[in-house]
Design a protein around this ligand. Structure first.
Ligand SMILES: C[S@@+](CC[C@H](N)C(=O)[O-])C[C@H]1O[C@@H](n2cnc3c(N)ncnc32)[C@H](O)[C@@H]1O
Length: 235
């Protein structure tokens, strides 16, 4: 079994949908089911704002924002060559307002100090990256007063509770040639995310649980919003 190595463990993700659904998403959802709950209003007015999508996948959320919310730019970041290729095929024509960046999120954020008004992640890089690496980089990549919003699992798929401390879970994945592999996912309780964000330098941290409803594939969503302080000297 591969631990992570260099194999693209997101090679298979969203491939069926890519073959059948080329539509421009007409809406933006945070929830696991992608069909209910708050929408893009949590990001604030994006007009002329600089926005970053952390772990964008096929970039469907970023494409929706680029077309319907008039940002100055959206950088849709993903480290998976396969996901980047799918996003480029579907939404490459939205450049330059939508820029699809193939790179690791913490590295990109560290190279982007005081750049973004809004950063967000929909079950994206925040879920799959060591939070003590990603969150301090995110707060510094925001401009003073900027915000981070992310949706993440409120519990493990299948119902096991989220971790009460900063601990990752090894989840099953597949290499491009179908071999079994493992990747890390951080499924943490609300108070753990709040503490991590506070330690990273975020302020005005709020959380909300969106119920997933019935069904074996349903999951509750934890929705988190946090701000970089307006005080430029604070981070
Ligand atoms: C579950 S998918 C979600 C994709 C998209 N946000 C959506 O809602 O469809 C997670 C994505 O995060 C990306 N990702 C995870 N960790 C990352 C990191 N450190 N840097 C860049 N991308 C990352 C993966 O490559 C994958 O495409």
């Amino acid at each position: 079994m591969t631990r992570t190595g260099t194999a693209d463990l997101w090679h298979h993700y969203g491939r069926t949908r890519h073959a059948t659904d080329r539509a421009m998403p007409s809406d933006f959802h945070w929830s696991w089911g992608q069909n209910s709950g708050p929408r893009a209003e949590l990001l604030g007015d994006l007009t002329d704002r600089r926005v970053g999508d952390l772990g964008t996948g096929a970039a469907r959320h970023a494409a929706h924002l680029a077309v319907h919310h008039h940002p100055a730019s959206i950088v849709a970041i993903d480290a998976s060559p396969a996901q980047h290729a799918i996003a480029s095929d579907l939404y490459g024509h939205l450049a330059p307002r939508l820029h699809l960046a193939l790179c690791d999120v913490p590295a990109h954020l560290r190279a982007s100090s005081d750049t973004y008004d809004v950063l967000y992640s929909v079950f994206g890089a925040v879920d799959f990256t060591e939070p003590r690496e990603l969150l301090p980089a995110a707060v510094r990549a925001l401009r003073p007063g900027g915000r981070l919003v992310f949706s993440t699992l409120a519990h493990h798929l299948g119902g096991t509770p989220a971790h009460p401390d900063v601990q990752h879970t090894e989840i099953g994945a597949k290499t491009p040639d179908g071999a079994a592999a493992l990747m890390r996912r951080w499924v943490l309780q609300e108070h753990v995310w709040t503490k991590l964000l506070d330690e990273a330098g975020f302020t005005r941290i709020t959380t909300e649980v969106l119920p997933g409803g019935p069904g074996p594939r349903a999951a509750d969503t934890l929705l988190v919003t946090a701000f970089r302080t307006d005080d430029e000297r604070a981070v």
